[in-house]
Design a protein around this ligand. Structure first.
Ligand SMILES: O=C(CO)[C@H](O)[C@H](O)COP(=O)(O)O
Length: 241
């Protein structure tokens, strides 16, 4: 089974948790796209749900698949968000933002009763940090923000190269990548993040940082698809801890 088939399997398993009448957060990325497509098939067969997309790309996919959409201004809470991840550790802390949608993804996950992470099992790691940590920043004063980020890294026992993300492919190829919110992303190659909650707090305190890709205490469960089948890992602590 190839990687794409594994991603679709994980998405199909998460879909089993969806019930009639649910309000859903719809994640971003190639795995979440499978979920949106499979959800669209169920909607066509009569399932009544409504979704909040975490990016303009997911909005377009959901519209194409016939999934009705709303916003967090129109509804008060979400039952489940289903989203992918770039890395997942045994505490179900995540690195997200490889697709650049981390800000909306975090807002939507935080507004949900449950966040189900779907992934192929290569995303499961003992310690976060192999994947470059995306940090969404305001372009104004970027030099000062980068220095503050470096200081936060040093205080949290990590270090590594930072690079402003560039768009790959399409008509924006090679230009600075701009998020749906109009911000930039700095990717930090940290290697090993010894204390993700401390680093998350330190980065959140920097004025020029809009959001970062450390999702701490947000995921309720992870559905991991691999060559030997599907593993579902439940978070032990309550959401938010
Ligand atoms: O965080 C994300 C987008 O901002 C994605 O969920 C993450 O990058 C995983 O993507 P994929 O399912 O394509 O591997």
């Amino acid at each position: 089974m190839n990687m794409d088939q594994l991603k679709r399997q994980a998405a199909a398993r998460a879909l089993e948790e969806v019930r009639d009448g649910m309000q859903l957060g719809l994640g971003t990325g190639s795995t979440a796209k499978h979920f949106v497509e499979l959800l669209g098939e169920r909607v066509a067969a009569g399932l009544k749900v409504i979704g909040v997309p975490t990016s303009e790309a997911t909005r377009a996919d959901a519209e194409r698949c016939g999934v009705p959409l709303t916003t967090l201004d129109e509804i008060e809470h979400l039952d489940i968000t289903v989203d992918g991840a770039d890395e997942i550790d045994p505490e179900l802390n995540l690195i997200k933002g490889g697709g650049g949608a981390l800000l909306r993804e975090k807002i939507v996950a935080a507004a949900s009763d449950r966040m189900i992470v779907i992934a192929d099992d290569t995303k499961w790691v003992p310690t976060l940090g192999g994947f470059p940590l995306p940090i969404e920043v305001i372009p104004f004063g970027l030099g000062a923000t980068r220095r503050a980020i470096e200081k936060a890294f040093a205080e949290c026992g990590v270090s590594g190269q930072m690079a402003v993300r560039k768009a790959k492919g399409g008509d924006k190829d090679g230009h600075v990548f701009v998020t749906d919110g109009g911000h930039w992303i700095v990717d930090a190659q940290l290697g090993r993040i010894v204390d993700p909650p401390s680093l998350a707090r330190a980065l959140s305190a920097i004025p020029g940082v809009v959001e970062h890709g450390l999702f701490i205490g947000l995921a309720s469960s992870a559905v991991l698809a691999g060559g030997e089948g599907i593993r579902v890992i439940e978070r032990r602590k309550p959401k938010g801890d």
